[in-house]
Design a protein around this ligand. Structure first.
Ligand code: AMP
Length: 281
């Protein structure tokens, strides 16, 4: 695996590869890698000649300094996992280099950055868009891989691609889960053993929504889902909503959109867990 730390070095290396016709797949991450991240890399390896994984904990997408400070950093283990997964290039920039000679990129997200994750984390999606724009500019990928786990991020990145990088092909990869159904996340290490076990309730609530989608009222499903999650010790639902998968706007009738998803964020003590399920098609 080649490790590149400076964005200009990455750009010239990629340029050489492109002149000999190589197709580049890209998986941006913040490290603390688990099988969810590696599943994206597997898809990229399947589709491309060269796969690039970036690891960069982006300060601009954290509105809470404690969360940024506590974000797990496990670079040695990450590198071992990437080598074992036959990754081609690890892009490992530092903060100074990544933001050097860049201006804050402002994309009109048409309110998408104000709802759900955006409303509890002001500035989060603008921070995501600015780093992803820089990464796309230097990695110059043909195809990019993001996880459905962060569904709102996927919708935001699809808008960025549509407006600014129309030549890039976007892929959304399925959510990888622990055996009990808990969506894999770098933040799960901050849960106690009991909380981790209890967190299976989040997937159960989403499965309940899928089972009764179209059959019971949306209101009844939301109420039941919140109730069973909130019954667990230390668990507090931030939101559990049924939304249009395309723009994440909430719906009140099953027939309001062609594709619907149940999305949720749950506080478990100081950890915020995200999960979702596409209900149909
Ligand atoms: P992060 O390092 O948390 O920024 O995540 C990097 C990428 O991995 C994002 O596209 C995430 O959506 C994706 N990802 C995180 N967790 C999972 C998971 N459990 N299954 C699939 N993809 C995931």
């Amino acid at each position: 695996m080649i490790i590149i730390k400076r964005k200009e070095d990455l750009k010239s290396w990629i340029k050489q590869q492109k002149t000999i016709g190589k197709k580049i797949g890209f998986v941006p991450t913040m490290g603390a890698l688990h099988d969810g991240h590696l599943s994206l890399l597997r898809l990229s390896k399947r589709d491309n000649d060269i796969s690039v994984v970036s690891i960069f904990v982006n300060p601009k997408q954290f509105n809470n300094q404690e969360d940024l400070a506590k974000y797990p950093r496990t670079i040695e283990e990450d590198m071992e996992k990437l080598i074992n997964a036959n990754n081609d290039v690890l892009f490992l920039p530092d903060e100074e280099d990544i933001f050097k000679n860049t201006v804050d990129f402002d994309l009109d997200l048409e309110g998408l950055d104000q709802i759900w994750e955006g409303s509890s984390r002001p500035g989060h999606f603008k921070g995501v868009v600015s780093i992803v724009k820089i990464l796309f500019d230097y990695v110059c990928p043909d195809q990019v891989y993001f996880g459905q786990k962060d569904l709102q991020q996927c919708v935001v990145i699809k808008r960025l691609i549509k407006k600014t990088f129309p030549h890039i092909k976007f892929h959304m990869a399925p959510i990888q889960r622990e055996l009990n159904g808990l969506a894999m996340s770098s933040r799960n290490v901050r849960l106690s053993e009991q909380e981790r076990s209890d967190a299976s309730i989040i997937h159960e609530a989403l499965m309940y929504a899928r089972e009764y989608a179209g059959g019971r009222s949306i209101q009844a499903i939301k109420e039941h889902a919140c109730k069973i999650i909130n019954e667990k010790n230390n668990f507090k639902v931030d939101y559990f909503e049924i939304v249009n998968t395309e723009n994440l706007e909430p719906v009140s009738h099953w027939s309001e959109a062609d594709s619907l998803a149940a999305i949720t964020a749950v506080h478990v003590d100081k950890v915020r867990l995200l999960d979702n399920e596409i209900l149909f098609p």
